[in-house]
Design a protein around this ligand. Structure first.
Ligand SMILES: Nc1ncnc2c1ncn2[C@@H]1O[C@H](COP(=O)(O)OP(=O)(O)OP(=O)(O)O)[C@@H](O)[C@H]1O
Ligand SMILES: [Mg+2]
Length: 488
């Protein structure tokens, strides 16, 4: 265990960390990489989801920034808009007492407003690659004073979809910069690419048996495609998540699932790359505040998002890549909390499930699909719990007389049943049919059909539709790479 005050952190940042609540000691990735970062070393940092990588790269970057110099000195690149906003907020909190300005810069925001904010002289910019490149080309951003560059979700940023953009971005930054790359996953071939962009990087990998966090209980349900939706709602009636994220493979899938869940009375909203930024932001803030209980998402929400209260992650469709599985389920079980991840596997996808287990070195336990009757019991149990709470409060004096009168007329089981029925939110059984999808499979030499669907959706999920079309060829190459890797 390492205390933050053993890491050579300055007073204003220590003060901020103390105020952040729950930061009693440094996590292993923080303890191991902050000193290296402070020494000015290039670092590739890999540690499980939810273990505080943001502060691990944020603290050394903030330490190096001169508040008097109103120029961009630190640049963080993240793959999605929501993540850029979140990282910017976390950095802002850590840098507060040093008086630094942090600005998120991402697609879907008014260009003019962004240009104005950039002119205000932020010290740190957290950007998505596409919008950052736009600014670089228009010369509305200056990165020639950047001394620290970070790629958050580095393996994703150095993947086929983003690598060219990242190379262009890094080329614009002075070569004597410090470069920090962080992610929960770092496939070997990506690490090799990473090394070409850095100077003698120190590789820090927080050792653990599994790639996934041990406080996430992992399950799978074997279920036919057509039964998936009913199984999902039955499971949720039993699990009663505080907040849940459901991942679907495509945007269309997310839309259909959201409609279906709403039809059955769940407070659900969808998020994917075809929605306006206004809608994306409002859905996410409603989810964070608990106004909606279920977020249905494409992989646009798979990486980095830190939302407290997410108790369950459902992979309605199993992801193609084991890495994607790791990031998706990592939206729960963060900062020491527990969580559950449940993946739906059609009979033809069992081999793919075993591949994920093997690559991530984790055990995914079988769960039997519950029946509708079991789901009903789950809902009633909720009501029973509420009733018991009221009984234990012992404030029933005002009701006793009426209760005895009722008991003269009806038997007690009938009366309690009626009370339970009145208090139970009975699930609407609206029939829901989703468009059919192909199963994910592990095949030699590529998996073009559904994987390209998945990838394209994911790319546009990042809000760069224009480029998506141009990069079709590269995407195909990418799939082959990935599938071959999967067979290793
Ligand atoms: N030392 C610490 N003690 C307690 N909580 C911490 C500590 N460091 C970070 N946290 C909190 O833990 C949560 C997860 O941190 P963060 O989002 O940086 O994880 P991550 O490793 O980047 O995860 P991912 O791989 O999913 O991006 C955040 O809410 C953060 O504020
Ligand atoms: Mg992160």
């Amino acid at each position: 265990m390492t205390n933050f005050n053993e890491l050579g952190i300055s007073e204003p940042i220590m003060k901020a960390i103390e105020k952040m609540g729950g930061f009693e000691e440094a996590t292993p990735i923080q303890a191991q990489t902050i000193p290296l970062g402070l020494e000015g070393k290039d670092v590739i940092g890999q540690a499980q989801t939810g273990t505080g990588k943001t502060a691990a790269f944020g603290i050394p970057m903030i330490e190096k920034i001169n508040p008097q110099e109103r120029k961009i000195q630190g640049l963080i690149v993240a793959p999605t808009r929501e993540l850029a906003i979140q990282v910017s907020e976390e950095i802002h909190k850590i840098a507060k007492f040093k008086g630094l300005r942090t600005l998120p810069v991402y697609g879907g925001q008014h260009m003019e407003r962004q240009i104005k904010a950039l002119k205000d002289g932020p010290h740190i910019v957290v950007a998505t690659p596409g919008r950052l490149l736009d600014h670089l080309r228009r010369r509305t951003i200056r990165v020639d004073n950047v001394h620290t560059a970070v790629l958050d979700e580095a393996d994703e940023m150095l993947n086929m979809g983003f690598i060219d953009d990242i190379r262009d971005i890094l080329k614009a930054i002075p070569e004597d910069r410090q470069t920090l790359l962080f992610s929960a996953t770092m496939p070997k071939e990506i690490r090799n690419i990473a090394a070409t962009l850095m100077k003698n990087p120190e590789e820090v990998k927080v050792k653990s048996k599994e790639m996934t966090v041990s406080n996430i209980d992992q399950f799978f349900v074997e279920v036919h495609e057509k039964q998936k939706f009913d199984t999902l709602t039955n499971l949720m009636d039993i699990h009663v998540p505080e907040l849940a994220i459901i991942f679907g493979r495509t945007k269309k899938r997310v839309d259909e699932l959201t409609d279906g869940l709403q039809a059955r009375g769940f407070r659900a909203e969808g998020i994917h790359g075809d929605l306006t930024q206004g809608k994306r932001s409002s859905v996410l803030s409603q989810f964070k505040s608990g106004r909606i209980e279920i977020l249905v998402a494409t992989d646009v929400a798979a990486r980095g998002l830190d939302i407290s209260g997410v108790t369950h992650v459902y992979n309605f469709d199993i992801p193609q890549d084991p890495e994607s599985y790791v990031h998706r389920i990592g939206r729960t079980g963060r900062a020491g909390k527990t969580g559950e991840a449940i993946s739906f596997i059609t009979p033809r996808e069992i081999a793919h499930l075993h591949l994920i287990e093997k690559v991530t070195n984790s055990k995914i336990k079988r769960l039997t699909a519950p029946s509708y009757d079991e789901a009903k019991r789950g809902q009633q149990q909720l009501t029973v719990d509420k009733l018991i709470k009221i009984i234990e409060k012992k404030e029933l004096q005002d009701y006793r007389e009426t209760a005895s009168e009722l008991l003269d007329e009806y038997d007690s089981v009938t009366i309690v049943s009626a009370a339970l029925k009145m208090l139970t939110k009975e699930r609407r059984l609206t029939p829901v049919t989703l468009s059919s999808v192909q199963p994910v499979s592990v095949k030699k030499g590529g998996n073009k059909g559904n994987n390209s669907n998945f990838r394209n959706d994911k790319r546009s999920g990042y809000g760069r539709k224009g480029k998506q079309q141009q990069s079709g060829g590269r995407n195909r190459k990418f799939q082959n790479n990935r599938t071959n890797k999967g067979n290793r």
